[in-house]
Design a protein around this ligand. Sequence first.
Ligand SMILES: [Zn+2]
Length: 227
Amino acid sequence: MDKLTRILRRGFLALCALLFITGSFPARAEPVRRVSTEEKRIAITFDDGPSEEKTKEILSILVENDVKATFFVIGKNAEAHPDRIREIYEAGHEIGNHTWSHRYLTKMKADEIREEVSKTEEILTEICGEEPRVFRPPGGYYSADSVALIEEMGYRCVLWSVDTRDWTMNSAEKICQLVQNGTGCGDIILFHDLADKRLSTPDALQTILPRLREEGYQFVTVSELLD
Ligand SMILES: [Zn+2]
């Protein structure tokens, strides 16, 4: 290696180190999946609602078990069932943004993402008088750019660490098994409050919520878990 190459190489490495130390390298935007904690706190979440019957059923089970949860709602469903949104909000649950029409972030241009998110934000703010602060990407699909864009809009982008697969219409027993075997401190559990009559989520909740409480878990909203 000649002297010039050596000097250039050293200069380049020094610049990299400087950029790294000062944090000038752009951080890769990643959604939150769970929170690292030793406290027995977990967040129960429901996606794709609200729906007329199933959301209502789930809300009363949450009241019976004194559980606060987070609902990642679809904007157009919120528009169709504003009363459900009001009930969720007034019961003290958190409401998150799940886009207007459940389009995948990876299939949209930046402008389309902005529109899907802000249209949902508008209707939720209109109904509740409070802006949603958490966002969940439909299908769990995202890119670093789309997450950065969502975060620029003021959201925490949130996925999950325990998947009940309830949207496949699996049995209440199977859902309980997945939750019981998979849940630990700081986990975020994914359920759905879909309109489909076959959805066994309410039945599963009747069993699993008291069981988790017996094990010492505290139920918090996603924002509370992240704080
Ligand atoms: Zn969804």
